[in-house]
Ligand binder design. Sequence first.
Ligand code: FAD
Length: 444
Amino acid sequence: MKQQQYDYVILGAGLSGISLATQLNKTDNIVVLEKSKTPGGLVKSIHIDDFWFDAVLHLLHFHNPEVEKSLKKLLGKTFKPIAPKADVRTAFGTTKFPFQLNLGGLHKELAIECIAQYIEKAYTQPPKVNNFEEWLLHSFGEKMCEVFFFPYNNKMWKRPLASLGTRDFIWNIQNYNIPKVLSGLLPNEAKVESYNSNSWYPIPKKGSKKRCMGLLIDKLAKPVKHQIKLQEEVVEVDTKLRQVITQSSAGRSVYKYKKACISTIPLPILQNISLPKISNKIQLKTNGVLYAMIMLKGQKYDTANLWDYFSDENIVFSRIIYMQNFDPHTAPENKWSIMAEITYKSEAKKLNYKKVGQKIKENLLDLKIVNKKKDFIKIHFEDHEYAYAVFEKNTSKTVRQLSKKYLKKDVHLLGRYGKWQYLSMAQVYEEAMKKAEELNNTKF
Ligand SMILES: Cc1cc2nc3c(=O)[nH]c(=O)nc-3n(C[C@H](O)[C@H](O)[C@H](O)COP(=O)(O)OP(=O)(O)OC[C@H]3O[C@@H](n4cnc5c(N)ncnc54)[C@H](O)[C@@H]3O)c2cc1C
């Protein structure tokens, strides 16, 4: 077996792995091992028949000025602010996103019932909530839960909401103060600001060789291109021998690490391939997301929204995304496209793409988003098994314990699936910045 020695071996060339590699000391000898053909992980651009898609739709939103400065510098003028405008379509009516800030879109009696319960909850002594279902109920009241939060989250999580933890994975549900929720009852013109309104997306000139968020990865990975080994699947991490074994079409290779191994690959995978076993196996559950990239001709659906949410369980997707409202040049002349997101329990039977594709077409025709059956050109699927970590009651605590055990063996966990935490792209970059600083300042 081919054997090579490095200071650091990084597992996974997603945004985390690449960001870390670019920020470690230049004098260190680094290798990044990636099982796919291309770097980027979830952040990739897909090009099919002159249509451009994101493998997973991403907007960058910033909370740390240092991260904002670095990433904006990298993408330069192509990087444009974009406000995430969206509708929430429920069985009771349609309103703007976020639902709790836009009750005015519902019919009057329903909106009043929702707001009255919201106010009542705000004035009630908070009970001890034991699970996600109770947290939703206490935070928003029965009516908002009945209209949107329960059906939408049931559809999204596909497991009893009472079996899920309280706050670990609620990264995009916010409680607002009463005046803000009340102002959402006003007519549409007086809208309050929406969730993550400081969002950015790359929109290069027409004819550019590459579009969508993959542009960020191209720019970021450039200085470490030669350190990334593609199509090398990590199949063993031996913490005693301080080595990582990969499998590629050329066979197995051994990568020894002197200083540390940093893992950004999903924690359940790392647990399975660690030698000796780090602890008794902890079962970590995840929801996958299937992305349907729908190429269309004919009359383009008339909306200014970037995407819409659907809570009705008879509709197969939970969100559809209008690609040309991000970047008009993501479809060829006279054509247009949509992406549909379908979540699934990773432990369940694999989705049948053909059946899902038929259901998507039926739903889009019924919703009058697509006019005619013959307007569908083609649907391409991208399946991401690790999309949403599922947090049950003790998940966070056991992950923290596991992370400490790995650290004692000089294996550092990093990234959204490595750390098993809800991290956005900007947070992933920030975590990599912190890890690089820590490692660069450690005397080995
Ligand atoms: C549906 C969805 C929507 C999102 N939307 C947004 C958004 O709008 N804005 C935002 O900021 N963030 C968003 N995110 C979060 C964002 O995608 C992540 O924070 C980020 O991409 C995580 O990067 P990562 O490198 O940690 O993980 P990954 O991208 O998963 O990278 C891990 C890498 O490890 C590789 N790998 C796995 N196993 C092995 C193995 N055995 N050997 C070698 N390599 C391996 C994988 O191929 C992958 O390249 C979204 C996430 C999802 C799921």
